[in-house]
Design a binder for this molecule. Sequence first.
Ligand code: NAP
Length: 291
Amino acid sequence: MTDILIKRLCIIGVGLIGGSFARALRRAGVVDEIVGSGRDAEHLAEAVRLGVIDRFDTDPAVAVQAADMVVLAVPMGAMQSVLAQIKQHLSPDCMITDVGSVKGPLVTAAEAVFGRLPANFVPGHPIAGTEKSGVAASFAELFDGRRVILTPTPQSDPKIVERIRTVWQACGANVISMGVRHHDEVLAATSHLPHMLAYALVDTLARMDDSREIFTYAAGGFRDFTRIASSDPRMWHDICLANQDALLDVMQRFRDDLQLLIDAIANGDSEFIRQTFTRAKQARDAFADSI
Ligand code: NAP
């Protein structure tokens, strides 16, 4: 028989990630009851119809009552206001975590709301997702074999960190821990920069006079490179502003390297071009072999 890890789980933001988290825990049979919250009652009613949550309340202060775990799965820009709304209504021993893509501003928001970071607060970030949004796009297998990064604060109780790790493992994830700042720097390079490049590339091409012809003849490479430009603009607006410093650092570095490539093409510098492409191919092949 499977052990119940959570009696009442409250998910605020039952979309792609929050909904997948609920489905994965149901699949594992480790949660008794799941309560959802969000702004739109229709979205939450759909989550009940899909069997993702048991019931909901659009007021997060009501939804969190008597929960032993609360997960914030709303866009980054909504995290602080949700924390402020639930603060007075959490059970004293309730574990609090989140799935937000940037950790620094979340910790700052929690400090602003709680005064001192609670011992039962452990920020987290699943390195898994798709370009789709909403509960209808959620699925139980999303976290299978994927990494989840926990970024415990100095105040986080190690026992709570372990319990949250166990919950994510029940979702099928491999859990690692790292510092908040390091997380934001790494994700700026590996996730946030590629999204900025995909959005910028598609937008540039879409605004060209012959854009219809360009998209007509675009093939697999274009599709692969640009898939993530279909991601939710509101979510990525929040992420790029939340991780402004780390993202600007890596974008400026990329801009410098792109300028070197522009110069090499302009000057017919075959050696530079060959070396750049060869290095990139080796790095991409090694990455592909490792996953
Ligand atoms: P999503 O599918 O759009 O879900 C977001 C949910 O939050 C929706 O159910 C929405 O419901 C609710 N919501 C939005 N604003 C709210 C507010 N002010 N108060 C309460 N609920 C609100 O987005 P997602 O992809 O699951 O992303 C959720 C979080 O996961 C984000 O912080 C994102 O950075 C992070 N994340 C995303 C990915 C990814 O690939 N998508 C990967 C890892 C982490 P209503 O519209 O009904 O309010």
